[in-house]
Design a protein around this ligand. Sequence first.
Ligand SMILES: Nc1nc2c(ncn2[C@@H]2O[C@H](COP(=O)(O)OP(=O)(O)O)[C@@H](O)[C@H]2O)c(=O)[nH]1
Ligand SMILES: [Mg+2]
Length: 313
Amino acid sequence: MSDIAASVLKGDPRSIARLITIVENNDPLAETAMKTIYPKTGNAHIIGITGVMGSGKSTLIYELTREYRKKGLKVGIIAIDPTSPFSGGALLGDRIRMMELATDDGVFIRSMGTRGMLGGLTSAVYDVVEILDASGKDIVIVETVGVGQAEVDVVKIADSTLVVLVPGLGDGIQTIKAGIMEIADIYVVNKADRSGVEQTVAEIESLIDISCEGKDRKIPVLTTVAKENKGIIELFEEIENHKKYLKETKMFDFQRRKRYEAELIEIIRKRLMNFIFDESTFKGKVESLIDQIGKKEVDPYTAAEEILGKILK
Ligand SMILES: Nc1nc2c(ncn2[C@@H]2O[C@H](COP(=O)(O)OP(=O)(O)O)[C@@H](O)[C@H]2O)c(=O)[nH]1
Ligand SMILES: [Mg+2]
């Protein structure tokens, strides 16, 4: 196992892929490797990209990655697809584009599904970010669809969060109101080749005016045509600006601390859940308590205390 950790640290793509699989399978061997690579993490800038399906996130990621590659930076990409665990082939909007990145040694792409993950997706994504970071990637990009709780959790890992919208999305603005206002560091209105761009930008800016009032940083709104590589350099620069802002204001340390907190809690949560639900003896106890709750022989609070009491003893 130390072999795999050593080759991950050298950036070997096969070992990176293998370790990610081990992590996804919730294999206990993963922890040994994670412990070994951990001291080498903390260098990558982590970018979260969220937005509705089809808004052009993957296309943007492809174009951004090309910019980073031009600068000689290495990029890791994690695409989280909530519906399909078999989406590896259709990771980026355009297969030909994906092929180009897939053959570049300085880029590692991985798609992760939400199904069939015993340890929970969030915890696995945290680990995969660490793995890519330790493997020498300068930039790690995490793509998530929509704005559910899972996405918000995933975004907690990101240093810079991009929220992607498209013109004429009346409900897109609703989504903003529903809670991504707090998570966006940069707004991207992609598909700016379509009509209604000005109106969408104006709507977002009026919301920003309210949410950023009195704050030292106003969230920028950029327009892009990812498909035609328009606005990408500006986006690249805006991400750099945000990175500088984080460093200068010490927000960087604050956010990273939040991330470490989230990671630690996830590991504890995962361990507890494994302990309660995977250990055969304990699982029997849980099952019988559930039966008793159903028969009103015990209330769920007392049942929970009984289980926790056994763990804490
Ligand atoms: N018209 C237009 N189409 C785009 C643009 N960017 C991406 N697309 C197309 O939108 C579709 C969805 O893109 P994709 O990157 O897969 O979106 P994702 O689901 O958010 O990752 C693809 O057919 C892209 O070629 C753009 O700026 N303008
Ligand atoms: Mg995509």
